[in-house]
Design a protein around this ligand. Structure first.
Ligand code: FCB
Length: 431
């Protein structure tokens, strides 16, 4: 029941409302990929299997998206499907992607297309993944192929999804394949991914001068815990360092074209200012707390939750205010249009998702009032999916699917209806 204190938060007419997924997480049977083989070879790692079989069920999903009023969909292409063996491009895969994209167009849904979302073909992994400079050339050949074949469809292009997350998890923490723990490998891979992005940016623009190309970056909001004394000083220093490591070093390199010292020295051709918009993936706040017990993690406890702060099923802090900080930082650095390319919550019983969504949209609304050019919002995720190390246990979907159900029935959660109303009304009432 609205009260006099309630206000309607109206979004601009041309604000783009959508949701996001990635190929490996929903398509199923991505058999020629590094992740697929790693899942099979790693006992404690859940398998993606048929996922939610989007590869075969996309038509039904697009009908649902259209019925839910979504105006845009962020999907990914899997390099491993398109080029399952070095130099061999698979026509049936590309035709399926073409049908997928044409179906979105038929339903009047705009496309945001991700070219690389963490997963590589197995043959690329076997040749040393991003440590091998050949991977850059081969990636660009794949991108060229996609631009030639499917370049008509995307309204927005994303070259890389969360490169720093993949670089750190694959080379430093050892959480993701190839599970290295090597600073030199991290630096080499970072340089090669920056080169891959710069090359892809140039290539897409050469063929499609009007294309809008960006990167979807993970921007957690970092905050020192606030312990008094020397420990507090350490927390603040590490806050600064971690922020640089997680996104500022990358952003500075992309903005200036010059490698941040974390990655190496010198310039990368075509890197400077090589984005047309900023893609922000925002999920949580991370509090950095000094802890002697965490001596093997740089004396930092990143899992402590300040009293009174709600968390998601992932244990992530719900902190919409952090998005406001990230928006102003990104705007100050690049001065480019902004899309929220991911924002969402693991919440199996759908109790917190409505508040999570409106809380973050409220921050976006405030940023818009302040004149920041935020042009759209993609909720993560349209549908429950394979959440990497967590497998199917984490439920990020507006639409629920039980991976054990042979029918893989799609059931929109109540929050899916809330989102549809927000899209229809171009806003919502907030107290
Ligand atoms: C992001 C990833 C995405 C998904 C969400 C929950 O870091 O880009 O694939 O796993 O987290």
């Amino acid at each position: 029941m609205p009260t006099t204190m309630d206000t309607f938060l109206k979004f601009p007419e041309n604000f783009l409302w959508g949701s996001a997924v990635s190929g490996h997480q929903i398509e199923g049977a991505n058999k020629h990929s590094d992740w697929w083989h790693w899942e099979l070879a790693t006992p404690e790692q859940p398998e993606s299997g048929k996922a939610v079989d989007y590869w075969n069920r996309f038509e039904q999903d697009h009908e649902l998206l259209a019925a839910m009023g979504h105006q845009a969909f962020r999907i990914g292409i899997e390099w491993a499907r398109v080029e399952p063996r070095k130099g061999e491009f698979d026509r049936t895969a590309i035709e399926n992607y073409r049908r997928m994209l044409a179906s979105l167009r038929r339903h009047g849904i705009q496309v945001c297309l991700t070219l690389h979302h963490w997963v590589l073909p197995r043959w690329v992994a076997e040749q040393g993944d991003w440590t091998n400079p050949d991977t850059v050339e081969q990636f660009l050949r794949y991108v060229e192929f996609i631009v030639d074949e499917l370049g008509d469809f995307p309204d927005l292009w994303i070259t890389l999804n969360e490169p720093m997350v993949a670089l750190l998890a694959g080379n430093i923490s050892g959480d993701f394949p190839p599970q290295r723990r090597s600073i030199p490998a991290f630096r080499t891979c970072s340089r090669n991914m920056l080169r891959a992005h710069a090359g892809a940016y140039a290539l897409i623009h050469k063929r499609r001068p009007d294309a809008r190309v960006g990167i979807a970056m993970a921007y957690p909001y970092l905050e020192a815990w606030g312990t008094p004394g020397l420990r507090g000083w350490y927390e603040r220093r590490t806050e600064h360092f971690t922020r640089t490591l997680l996104f500022r070093a990358w952003d500075r390199s992309v903005h200036t074209g010059r490698l941040h010292p974390f990655f190496g020295k010198g310039k990368i051709d075509g890197l400077e200012d090589s984005i047309d918009f900023c893609g922000i993936n925002y999920y949580f706040r991370m509090s950095l707390r000094f802890s002697l017990r965490k001596w093997n993690k740089g004396f930092l406890d990143i899992d402590s939750i300040p009293r009174g702060v709600e968390t998601t099923d992932m244990g992530w802090q719900i902190w919409p205010e952090g998005l406001a900080h990230i928006l102003s930082e990104v705007w100050a650095r690049y001065g480019k249009p902004i899309y929220i390319t991911e924002n969402g919550i693991a919440d199996a019983d759908d109790q917190k998702r409505p508040g999570y969504m409106t809380g973050h949209l409220k921050q976006i609304h405030t940023a818009l009032q302040e004149g920041l050019p935020v042009e759209g919002y993609f909720h993560w995720s349209f549908i429950d999916n394979f959440e990497w190390k967590e497998g199917f246990s984490m439920k990020f979907g507006l639409v629920e699917v039980d991976p054990a159900d042979p029918e893989l029935k799609r059931t929109p959660r109540p929050s899916a209806q809330l989102y549809s109303r927000i899209i229809r009304d171009r806003g919502f009432t907030s107290s």
